[in-house]
Design a binder for this molecule. Structure first.
Ligand code: ADP
Length: 518
């Protein structure tokens, strides 16, 4: 089973076309925005130092929230790759703190933490290179195995290790300026050595984005690619386009940094909500289908009762008659034998009904065979002959000898015909005047397949009820169950066919069954 099916998570779901299109538009917007910044990049933004804390706070909150969400995702998926990415965002979020606290002019003229000239730049350098390195780890770590065994310890270890690395870097940067690489000439301007940092970061971002795109083709991977693209733009602006700290290019780079930090957060939040929405909808659909299954179960049990009731009533009547013949002063054994034979026949009929009802609800193509509908009509008429005779119904058949055979379950199809004949008998039973004619017709329709028509001269269909005939439990008969037509239709539809009822002029009803070619 593919991972995406086992865990429909952002880190495993492949992106759809809309998501990929959105990401590509964002890449384009990033490129355009970078080009637009270039002409004014070297202009200073005077007095913008106090904005640094606001920017740092936004970055801190965004990175930490992303880290929390990614750690939560790690806990579910037990993925080493996502764990590395979560640690990356935690690292970025935590390094913002010492960076802002040491930034000259942010909280105080020399920074809150008393560092030398190189301290803030050293922290910035680790942050700048850190994110693409973590992203590379996300791209390269192997996730094919069984996943992290002790996920709680792994997450705790990763959080503690990241805090330790950031604390160590900060202590190193604050401790002694002489040990640090020479990144700054003065508080505003950088040395050529500094240019290596954004250069390397830009290179790592491009390599990282390509690897993530190749190896982690998921919704999360897509947005990490965008974050790396923003990181690339930020690095280029900071390293090669701006004129040192607090210039237009520097601030533009900062905004890209914020964008890079929030893009994965926004994606995580919005895609999680979308997944949640889908989950809610699928739970509702599952509940609906469970209710529908329950209704089917009720219909099934009721239909068994309905179908078996008739032969049972007939068996009781025959048994009572038999007893009466035996109770006579001179028991009539011949009549008793006839009554017993009727009971045996009814018993067989009930057995066939039970088998038929059971198969009616068994979907699929099991027990399918080639069926000659003309022969089936004769069999069904034979089965109902007693009722037809008792109710003095004239039977007329017009069977098309060229009718092609269909593929189906003969027991089910015969059950349909018997049900329709029983309905016709009931409808004609209520007619006191006029002919009682049951007509069964088969014909080959133009589009192929076969049509069976059951026509009667009964009471006909009340237009008020026309729409409700196939509803479960709809009946106009005092002892009806209202399931016969429903079962007939579901059997015919399970065969890929159609069943319809209509009124007939001058009187009666017509039922038409269309079955597809075999
Ligand atoms: P039941 O026979 O238990 O009532 P059905 O589903 O077979 O349930 O039929 C539902 C209703 O459709 C019947 O009660 C009857 O009103 C109507 N109906 C079915 N067949 C015919 C027919 N041939 N002529 C007139 N009405 C019919």
């Amino acid at each position: 089973m593919p991972d995406a099916d086992r865990h429909p998570l952002l880190s495993t779901l492949p992106p759809n076309h809309a998501q990929t299109r959105r990401a590509l538009w964002m890449l384009l917007a990033l490129a355009v925005a970078m080009a637009a910044t270039v002409p004014a990049a070297t202009l200073p933004v005077p007095g913008s130092g106090p904005f640094v804390p606001a920017y740092a706070t936004a970055l801190l909150v965004s990175d930490l929230l992303t880290a929390v969400l990614l750690y939560a995702l790690t806990a579910v998926q037990r993925s080493r790759a996502v764990l590395a990415l979560a640690a990356g965002y935690l690292f970025c979020g935590l390094t913002v703190l010492p960076w802002a606290l040491t930034f000259p002019g942010a909280f105080s003229a020399t920074g809150l933490l008393d560092v030398g000239l190189q301290g803030t730049a050293t922290i910035a350098a680790t942050r700048r290179l850190g994110f693409p390195v973590f992203a590379l780890a996300y791209a390269l770590l192997d996730d094919d195995g069984p996943g992290i065994a002790d996920i709680g310890r792994a997450i705790l270890g990763s959080v503690l290790a990241t805090i330790a690395v950031v604390a160590g870097t900060t202590a190193f940067a604050v401790w002694d300026d002489d040990w640090l690489p020479r990144f700054m000439i003065d508080r505003q301007h950088t040395t050529p050595l500094w240019d290596l940092v954004p250069g390397l970061a830009a290179l790592l971002s491009v390599v990282g984005a390509l690897l993530v795109w190749r190896r982690r083709r998921s919704v999360l991977g897509l947005w990490v690619v965008i974050a790396l693209a923003a990181w690339f733009v930020e690095s280029v602006l900071l390293g090669f386009v701006s004129a040192g700290r607090l210039s237009v290019g520097w601030w533009a780079g900062r905004l890209y940094g914020l964008l890079s930090a929030s893009v994965v957060l926004a994606a995580l939040l919005s895609e999680t909500m979308a997944l949640y929405g889908r989950l809610v909808r699928s739970i509702a659909a599952e509940r609906r289908s469970r209710e529908a299954r329950l209704t089917t179960m009720e219909a099934l049990s009721a239909s068994i009762a309905h179908e078996v009731n008739q032969p049972l009533a007939s068996m009781v009547a025959s048994a009572s008659a038999g007893l009466r013949w035996l109770d006579r002063s001179r028991p009539d054994l011949e009549e008793t034998r006839t009554a017993l034979r009727r009971i045996v026949d009814d018993g067989h009929r009930a057995g066939r009904v039970v088998t038929g009802v059971r198969t009616a609800f068994r979907k699929g193509s099991r027990d399918r065979e080639t069926v000659d509908l003309n022969a089936l009509v004769h069999e069904a008429l034979g089965q109902c002959s007693a009722e037809l005779r008792v109710n003095r119904i004239e039977v007329r058949t017009e069977l098309d000898p060229a009718l092609a055979p269909v593929t189906g379950n003969p027991a089910q199809l015969q059950q349909v015909l018997c049900n329709l004949i029983a309905n016709a008998v009931d409808a004609m039973d209520a007619v006191t005047h006029g002919p009682r004619i049951l007509r069964l017709r088969t014909e080959a329709p133009e589009g192929g397949g076969a049509v069976v028509v059951v026509e009667d001269t009964g009471v006909g269909l009340d237009p008020v009820h026309q729409d409700r005939l196939f509803e479960p439990f709809f009946t106009t008969k005092p002892h009806g169950m209202g399931l016969g037509l429903l079962i007939c239709r579901s059997i015919v539809e399970a065969h890929g066919g159609r069943l319809s009822m209509a009124g007939r002029l001058p009187q009666g009803a017509v039922c038409r069954i269309l079955l597809p070619p075999g």
